[in-house]
Design a protein around this ligand. Structure first.
Ligand SMILES: [Zn+2]
Length: 207
């Protein structure tokens, strides 16, 4: 967890204490989350906070947990398949989030990685219940979503996968923005996305 915090900075996905990460513990009703407003390169094990996902009670840790703890809790409550959540303010993803637009399914890799387009959750104040609800709806069954006028969220079966999804989303957002220099993206049709999902089943990655 501390290592992924440092990687967030090193890979340019956040600056200073921006963004936050968490993972579900062996007890699936508990999560370990980064503290509020502390620089990732200074974080120690004892700065991390264990919270009950259902009640929001702090189980251990002497720091105040991330302001976006409600976002993390809501995602774990809605998605039993999710074991880790990475919330970033990476530049290109946040640039698209600032437009309040979705990223259309414009790349074959978006189908392979995300299952198609990336949705942007409607705007809500930082740390609010509405932000958490909107993010859960925008994620639906996908691994990534944008948060309007704010940033991005990525989830996975572990921190490595959630982090990778955050990086792939950033790359995809950069390509989306660059595509406008060449006349704007041409999206795959719904039929093409469905066909590709079927085609990729069992063919991509290692058995
Ligand atoms: Zn944020």
């Amino acid at each position: 967890m501390l290592c992924y915090g440092k990687k967030l900075i090193a890979h340019g996905l956040v600056s200073g204490s921006g963004g936050n990460i968490s993972h579900r513990l062996d007890n699936p009703n508990k999560m370990l989350i980064t503290p509020s407003g502390m620089a990732y390169d200074k974080l120690q094990r004892e700065d991390l906070v264990v919270m009950d996902i259902q009640t929001g009670e702090i189980e251990s840790g002497h720091r105040k947990p991330s302001i976006e703890r409600g976002l993390h809790r809501a995602i774990y409550q809605a998605r039993q398949d999710v074991q880790a959540v990475v919330h970033t303010h990476s530049k290109h993803a946040t640039a698209v989030a600032a437009t309040r637009k979705n990223i259309p399914a414009m790349l074959d890799n978006m189908v392979a990685y995300f299952g198609g387009s990336v949705h942007t959750a409607p705007h809500a104040p930082i740390g609010s219940l509405s932000l958490a609800d909107n993010a859960v709806k925008a994620l639906a069954h996908r691994p990534v979503a944008l948060l309007a006028n704010h940033g991005a969220v990525a989830v996975g079966k572990d921190l490595a996968q959630a982090f990778l999804m955050a990086e792939l989303l950033e790359e995809c957002a950069q390509i989306y923005l660059l595509s406008f220099l060449a006349g704007g993206p041409i999206s795959l049709t719904d039929a093409e996305v469905e066909e590709e999902i079927k085609w990729l089943q069992g063919k991509y990655g290692q058995p």
